[in-house]
Write a protein that binds this ligand. Structure first.
Ligand SMILES: Cc1ncc(COP(=O)(O)O)c(C=O)c1O
Length: 404
């Protein structure tokens, strides 16, 4: 009886989605202006977005692309990654991080994460072989991974670094933004690029879209040419340009460019990003406080030397204390009309990666244990105080009614 009454009080009438973008009137007006301008593909708004993104992150070069996946792929290609090469990345990531390595004929070497869910520098070091060419760290959930250790390892072994910053627009490490030149200033020889995502659920969105930043002039130029069919007019100076219609194809490039329609959204989302992050932090603080006393729940680990922009708020269940597993916990939330998700199913547990590269359960035990017990709660700037309270009440209710 007690339980039923609580369920009635706790459940929502309408479904609370796991994630929603927050698009304002400025974005809408800018998109309409683009549509009326007659220039809808890559043009002046992409240029503006790139230069404002560089000013925001402190990365000398910003290249707008149509997804983070395209950005990661473009960066690896420009760095010369190909058949026979190995690229080290964490298994606790979205499949795109590994897929792009496979697209290039290289081998993704999946490594374990630490208790903060970030790639473990010791695991990277143990995985380096003479075939290793690059490291792809992922800034999980919107908090930086241990960059100092990663850059220093990369420099020592002469490896490139392609940072998957899909979650990390606005994230800082030692007070410096992810994507900034300054982050790796101590390692001037290091070849490094950073790829951001503006997918619909990210901290800022262009619908679909991404940005690559780098301090490296040559790498920037190669990525720009590669991102548009490998076509060069004046980009590579050794080729002459005999007229505006004339171009030369200097590599078999891709079609990865961003449209001005997407950039129109991005320009205004970027201006609002600081405010979005503030609200995300407030919601995270509410969750932290509400779950602090619950032994069945571990809240996200934070580090004092970096900020957290809370793209995700992943809680970890102590399954020993509960009668239900993580999947059932998600079902219970759904019954109470609350969406949630899991970040991530480790890549090494995906059938393709097992079949092609021989990975299996047991290979990367920390990521597996994390995967078995985590779920991500709704957290986005459009949530009302009531929405946040509903999530808190639902989690409390599920824990208290399912204790062993
Ligand atoms: C860690 C990570 N990397 C890469 C991506 C791919 O981003 P996009 O959808 O912009 O290609 C995502 C998308 O969710 C992601 O979470």
């Amino acid at each position: 009886m007690q339980t039923m009454m609580q369920t009635e009080e706790v459940g929502r009438e309408s479904f609370l989605p796991f994630a929603l973008p927050l698009i304002g009137e400025e974005e809408i007006a800018e998109v309409v202006d683009t549509l009326r301008s007659g220039w809808v593909t890559t043009g002046p708004k992409v240029k503006r977005f790139e230069s404002e993104f560089s000013a925001y992150t402190g990365g000398s070069h910003s290249l707008a692309v149509n997804s983070c996946t395209a950005g990661l792929h473009t960066a690896l290609t420009a760095l010369g990654i190909g058949a026979g090469d190995e690229v080290i990345l964490p298994t606790l990531t979205f499949c795109a991080t590994a897929n792009v390595v496979v697209h290039l004929g290289a081998r993704p070497v999946l490594v374990d994460v630490g208790s903060d869910y970030q790639i473990d520098p010791k695991a990277i070091e143990a995985a380096v072989t003479p075939r290793t060419k690059a490291i792809m760290p992922v800034h999980y959930a919107g908090q930086s991974c241990e960059l100092e250790a990663i850059y220093s390892l990369a420099a020592a072994h002469e490896l490139a670094v392609v940072e998957d910053a899909a979650h990390a627009a606005g994230t800082t490490y030692h007070g410096i933004k992810i994507g900034a030149d300054q982050l790796s200033a101590q390692y001037p020889e290091l070849r490094r690029a950073t790829a951001f995502s503006f997918y619909a659920n990210k901290n800022m969105t262009t619908g679909e879209g991404g940005m690559i930043t780098t301090a490296d002039d040559e790498l920037a130029q190669e990525m720009r040419v590669l991102s548009l069919h490998g076509m060069s007019k004046d980009a590579w100076k050794r080729y002459s340009n005999s007229g505006s219609w004339f171009y030369e194809v200097v590599s078999a490039g891709y079609k990865n460019n961003m449209t001005d329609i997407a950039a129109a959204l991005g320009i205004h989302q970027l201006r609002r990003l600081g405010g979005f992050i503030q609200v995300r932090r407030q919601i995270a603080r509410s969750y932290d406080e509400a779950f602090a006393g619950i032994d069945a729940i571990q809240t996200p680990v934070t580090h004092h030397d970096r900020n957290h922009v809370y793209h995700l708020y992943a809680i970890r269940l102590d399954l020993e204390t509960l009668r239900i597993d993580r999947g059932e916990f998600i079902n219970e939330l759904r019954k109470l009309n609350i969406g949630s998700s899991v970040h991530f199913i480790p890549v090494h547990l995906q059938p393709f990666y097992g079949d092609r590269f021989g990975y299996k359960r047991g290979d990367l035990p920390r990521a597996e244990a994390i995967y078995d017990s985590i779920l991500s709660l709704p957290l986005y700037p459009g949530m009302s105080r009531r929405d946040v309270d509903d999530v808190i009440a639902a989690v409390h209710h599920i824990v208290s009614t399912n204790r062993r």
